[in-house]
Design a binder for this molecule. Sequence first.
Ligand SMILES: Nc1ncnc2c1ncn2[C@@H]1O[C@H](COP(=O)(O)OP(=O)(O)OP(=O)(O)O)[C@@H](O)[C@H]1O
Ligand SMILES: [Mg+2]
Length: 226
Amino acid sequence: MTLPKVIVLATGKGGAGKSALSRSLAAHWLATKQSPAIVDADPQMSIARLHDPDGAMGKVTVVTDPEAESVSTSIAELAERHTPVIVDTAGFRNQTTIMAAIAADLVLIPLKPSAEDVAEAIAMYDLVGELNQTPERKGRPIVALMVMTMTTPNAVIVRHIRNELEKGGYPIVDAEISQRVIYPELSIRGLAPSIVDPDSAASRDIARLATEITKKVSTHGRVKAA
Ligand SMILES: Nc1ncnc2c1ncn2[C@@H]1O[C@H](COP(=O)(O)OP(=O)(O)OP(=O)(O)O)[C@@H](O)[C@H]1O
Ligand SMILES: [Mg+2]
Protein backbone atom coordinates (compact mmCIF):
# COMPACT_ATOMS: atom_id res chain seq x y z
CA MET A 1 0.00 0.00 0.00
CA THR A 2 1.58 3.27 -1.05
CA LEU A 3 1.32 6.41 1.03
CA PRO A 4 -0.35 9.42 -0.54
CA LYS A 5 2.42 11.71 -1.77
CA VAL A 6 0.81 15.10 -1.02
CA ILE A 7 -1.81 15.56 1.70
CA VAL A 8 -3.41 18.98 2.14
CA LEU A 9 -5.29 19.75 5.37
CA ALA A 10 -7.97 22.26 4.50
CA THR A 11 -11.22 23.85 5.62
CA GLY A 12 -12.32 27.46 5.68
CA LYS A 13 -13.32 27.04 9.32
CA GLY A 14 -10.69 28.21 11.81
CA GLY A 15 -9.75 25.95 14.71
CA ALA A 16 -11.03 22.71 13.17
CA GLY A 17 -7.79 20.89 13.97
CA LYS A 18 -5.76 21.30 10.74
CA SER A 19 -2.47 22.12 12.42
CA ALA A 20 -2.83 19.52 15.18
CA LEU A 21 -3.60 16.87 12.57
CA SER A 22 -0.78 17.97 10.27
CA ARG A 23 1.71 17.68 13.09
CA SER A 24 0.19 14.43 14.39
CA LEU A 25 0.24 12.70 11.01
CA ALA A 26 3.83 13.83 10.46
CA ALA A 27 4.73 12.39 13.89
CA HIS A 28 3.00 9.11 13.04
CA TRP A 29 4.87 8.68 9.79
CA LEU A 30 8.15 9.73 11.36
CA ALA A 31 7.65 7.13 14.10
CA THR A 32 6.90 4.50 11.45
CA LYS A 33 10.16 5.21 9.59
CA GLN A 34 8.76 7.24 6.71
CA SER A 35 10.18 10.62 5.71
CA PRO A 36 7.38 13.14 6.15
CA ALA A 37 7.77 16.87 5.53
CA ILE A 38 5.42 19.75 6.23
CA VAL A 39 4.66 22.83 4.17
CA ASP A 40 3.28 25.47 6.51
CA ALA A 41 1.07 27.43 4.12
CA ASP A 42 -0.79 29.31 6.88
CA PRO A 43 0.36 32.95 7.17
CA GLN A 44 0.00 32.52 10.95
CA MET A 45 2.76 29.88 10.77
CA SER A 46 1.42 27.80 13.64
CA ILE A 47 3.56 24.79 12.66
CA ALA A 48 6.78 26.58 11.70
CA ARG A 49 6.70 28.88 14.73
CA LEU A 50 6.68 25.98 17.20
CA HIS A 51 8.88 23.56 15.27
CA ASP A 52 12.07 22.67 17.13
CA PRO A 53 14.80 21.39 14.77
CA ASP A 54 16.64 19.96 17.79
CA GLY A 55 13.55 18.31 19.27
CA ALA A 56 12.01 14.87 18.85
CA MET A 57 10.38 15.94 15.58
CA GLY A 58 13.47 17.76 14.31
CA LYS A 59 13.83 15.23 11.47
CA VAL A 60 10.58 16.48 9.95
CA THR A 61 11.54 19.13 7.41
CA VAL A 62 9.28 22.16 7.76
CA VAL A 63 9.10 24.75 4.99
CA THR A 64 7.05 27.95 5.28
CA ASP A 65 5.25 29.11 2.16
CA PRO A 66 1.93 30.98 2.45
CA GLU A 67 2.16 32.39 -1.10
CA ALA A 68 -0.27 31.27 -3.81
CA GLU A 69 2.37 31.92 -6.49
CA SER A 70 4.99 29.60 -5.05
CA VAL A 71 3.29 27.02 -2.83
CA SER A 72 3.04 24.41 -5.62
CA THR A 73 6.78 24.70 -6.26
CA SER A 74 7.54 24.32 -2.55
CA ILE A 75 5.38 21.19 -2.45
CA ALA A 76 6.98 19.71 -5.59
CA GLU A 77 10.51 20.36 -4.31
CA LEU A 78 9.84 18.65 -0.98
CA ALA A 79 8.08 15.76 -2.73
CA GLU A 80 11.34 14.88 -4.48
CA ARG A 81 12.87 13.87 -1.16
CA HIS A 82 9.93 13.29 1.20
CA THR A 83 6.81 11.13 1.47
CA PRO A 84 4.31 12.27 2.40
CA VAL A 85 4.38 16.04 2.06
CA ILE A 86 1.75 17.38 4.46
CA VAL A 87 0.42 20.88 3.81
CA ASP A 88 -1.17 22.88 6.64
CA THR A 89 -3.33 25.73 5.35
CA ALA A 90 -4.95 28.91 6.72
CA GLY A 91 -8.17 28.90 8.76
CA PHE A 92 -9.96 30.92 6.09
CA ARG A 93 -10.46 30.52 2.35
CA ASN A 94 -7.61 31.82 0.24
CA GLN A 95 -5.86 31.29 -3.07
CA THR A 96 -2.89 29.52 -1.47
CA THR A 97 -5.17 26.73 -0.24
CA ILE A 98 -6.60 26.36 -3.75
CA MET A 99 -3.13 26.11 -5.29
CA ALA A 100 -2.08 23.57 -2.65
CA ALA A 101 -5.25 21.51 -3.26
CA ILE A 102 -4.51 21.39 -7.00
CA ALA A 103 -1.13 19.83 -6.10
CA ALA A 104 -2.69 17.29 -3.70
CA ASP A 105 -3.34 13.58 -3.93
CA LEU A 106 -5.60 13.91 -0.90
CA VAL A 107 -7.40 16.88 0.62
CA LEU A 108 -8.18 15.94 4.20
CA ILE A 109 -10.99 18.07 5.62
CA PRO A 110 -11.23 18.17 9.43
CA LEU A 111 -14.42 19.20 11.17
CA LYS A 112 -15.41 19.59 14.78
CA PRO A 113 -18.95 18.57 15.72
CA SER A 114 -20.47 21.99 15.01
CA ALA A 115 -22.79 23.37 12.33
CA GLU A 116 -20.21 25.92 11.13
CA ASP A 117 -17.55 23.25 10.75
CA VAL A 118 -19.95 21.08 8.75
CA ALA A 119 -20.86 23.96 6.41
CA GLU A 120 -17.21 24.80 5.73
CA ALA A 121 -16.29 21.14 5.28
CA ILE A 122 -18.99 20.79 2.63
CA ALA A 123 -17.80 24.00 0.95
CA MET A 124 -14.25 22.62 0.81
CA TYR A 125 -15.46 19.29 -0.55
CA ASP A 126 -17.43 21.09 -3.27
CA LEU A 127 -14.38 23.18 -4.12
CA VAL A 128 -12.31 20.03 -4.64
CA GLY A 129 -15.09 18.77 -6.92
CA GLU A 130 -14.74 21.96 -8.97
CA LEU A 131 -10.96 21.66 -9.09
CA ASN A 132 -11.37 18.13 -10.41
CA GLN A 133 -13.15 19.60 -13.44
CA THR A 134 -10.19 21.84 -14.34
CA PRO A 135 -7.73 20.83 -17.07
CA GLU A 136 -4.96 20.34 -14.46
CA ARG A 137 -6.85 17.58 -12.68
CA LYS A 138 -9.20 16.14 -15.30
CA GLY A 139 -8.68 12.36 -15.33
CA ARG A 140 -6.44 12.59 -12.29
CA PRO A 141 -8.88 13.55 -9.55
CA ILE A 142 -7.91 14.82 -6.12
CA VAL A 143 -9.41 12.60 -3.41
CA ALA A 144 -11.27 14.49 -0.68
CA LEU A 145 -12.06 12.94 2.69
CA MET A 146 -13.65 14.44 5.79
CA VAL A 147 -12.55 13.53 9.31
CA MET A 148 -14.26 14.39 12.58
CA THR A 149 -12.00 15.97 15.19
CA MET A 150 -12.30 16.83 18.88
CA THR A 151 -15.08 14.32 19.34
CA THR A 152 -16.33 13.10 22.69
CA PRO A 153 -17.37 9.46 23.18
CA ASN A 154 -21.04 8.67 22.62
CA ALA A 155 -21.97 12.30 21.93
CA VAL A 156 -25.30 12.43 20.11
CA ILE A 157 -24.16 15.41 18.02
CA VAL A 158 -21.19 13.42 16.64
CA ARG A 159 -23.40 10.54 15.53
CA HIS A 160 -25.97 12.95 14.11
CA ILE A 161 -23.41 14.86 12.01
CA ARG A 162 -21.84 11.64 10.74
CA ASN A 163 -25.27 10.29 9.72
CA GLU A 164 -26.23 13.50 7.95
CA LEU A 165 -22.95 13.68 6.03
CA GLU A 166 -23.14 10.03 5.04
CA LYS A 167 -26.77 10.49 3.95
CA GLY A 168 -25.65 13.44 1.83
CA GLY A 169 -23.08 11.22 0.11
CA TYR A 170 -20.03 12.94 1.59
CA PRO A 171 -16.96 10.77 2.17
CA ILE A 172 -16.21 10.77 5.86
CA VAL A 173 -13.63 8.40 7.31
CA ASP A 174 -14.52 5.97 10.10
CA ALA A 175 -11.54 7.06 12.23
CA GLU A 176 -12.35 9.87 14.65
CA ILE A 177 -9.90 12.13 16.44
CA SER A 178 -11.12 12.36 20.02
CA GLN A 179 -10.84 15.45 22.16
CA ARG A 180 -7.67 14.92 24.21
CA VAL A 181 -5.59 17.36 26.19
CA ILE A 182 -2.37 15.74 24.92
CA TYR A 183 -2.71 17.69 21.62
CA PRO A 184 -2.60 21.25 23.05
CA GLU A 185 -0.10 20.15 25.67
CA LEU A 186 2.38 18.79 23.14
CA SER A 187 1.75 21.48 20.52
CA ILE A 188 3.43 24.06 22.77
CA ARG A 189 6.69 22.22 22.05
CA GLY A 190 5.79 21.56 18.41
CA LEU A 191 5.27 17.88 19.19
CA ALA A 192 2.55 15.28 18.71
CA PRO A 193 1.39 12.04 20.38
CA SER A 194 2.94 9.35 18.16
CA ILE A 195 6.48 10.55 18.89
CA VAL A 196 6.12 11.28 22.59
CA ASP A 197 3.72 8.54 23.66
CA PRO A 198 3.19 5.96 20.89
CA ASP A 199 0.98 3.76 23.11
CA SER A 200 -1.47 6.53 23.99
CA ALA A 201 -5.09 6.52 22.91
CA ALA A 202 -4.39 9.63 20.83
CA SER A 203 -1.60 7.84 18.94
CA ARG A 204 -3.99 5.00 18.21
CA ASP A 205 -6.58 7.44 16.79
CA ILE A 206 -3.92 8.91 14.52
CA ALA A 207 -2.61 5.50 13.43
CA ARG A 208 -6.15 4.42 12.55
CA LEU A 209 -6.64 7.58 10.50
CA ALA A 210 -3.27 7.16 8.74
CA THR A 211 -4.09 3.57 7.76
CA GLU A 212 -7.56 4.44 6.56
CA ILE A 213 -6.56 7.40 4.40
CA THR A 214 -3.66 5.44 2.90
CA LYS A 215 -6.02 2.63 1.98
CA LYS A 216 -8.64 5.00 0.56
CA VAL A 217 -6.18 6.95 -1.59
CA SER A 218 -4.37 3.90 -2.93
CA THR A 219 -7.62 2.25 -3.99
CA HIS A 220 -9.46 5.34 -5.15
CA GLY A 221 -8.88 4.53 -8.81
CA ARG A 222 -11.43 1.81 -8.26
CA VAL A 223 -13.82 3.73 -6.02
CA LYS A 224 -15.67 7.00 -6.44
CA ALA A 225 -13.39 10.04 -6.31
CA ALA A 226 -14.47 13.53 -5.29
N1 LIG B 1 -8.20 16.30 19.08
C1 LIG B 1 -8.00 17.37 19.83
N2 LIG B 1 -8.26 17.37 21.16
C2 LIG B 1 -8.08 18.46 21.91
N3 LIG B 1 -7.62 19.62 21.44
C3 LIG B 1 -7.34 19.70 20.14
C4 LIG B 1 -7.50 18.59 19.26
N4 LIG B 1 -7.15 18.99 18.01
C5 LIG B 1 -6.76 20.26 18.12
N5 LIG B 1 -6.87 20.72 19.37
C6 LIG B 1 -6.61 22.07 19.89
O1 LIG B 1 -7.61 22.92 19.38
C7 LIG B 1 -7.07 24.17 18.95
C8 LIG B 1 -7.31 24.35 17.46
O2 LIG B 1 -6.65 23.30 16.76
P1 LIG B 1 -5.69 23.61 15.53
O3 LIG B 1 -4.80 24.75 15.83
O4 LIG B 1 -5.08 22.34 15.12
O5 LIG B 1 -6.80 24.04 14.47
P2 LIG B 1 -6.56 24.75 13.06
O6 LIG B 1 -7.63 24.26 12.17
O7 LIG B 1 -5.17 24.56 12.62
O8 LIG B 1 -6.81 26.27 13.45
P3 LIG B 1 -6.49 27.57 12.51
O9 LIG B 1 -7.62 27.61 11.56
O10 LIG B 1 -6.48 28.69 13.48
O11 LIG B 1 -5.18 27.33 11.84
C9 LIG B 1 -5.60 24.09 19.32
O12 LIG B 1 -5.44 24.66 20.59
C10 LIG B 1 -5.30 22.60 19.36
O13 LIG B 1 -4.23 22.29 20.22
MG1 LIG C 1 -3.78 25.95 12.06
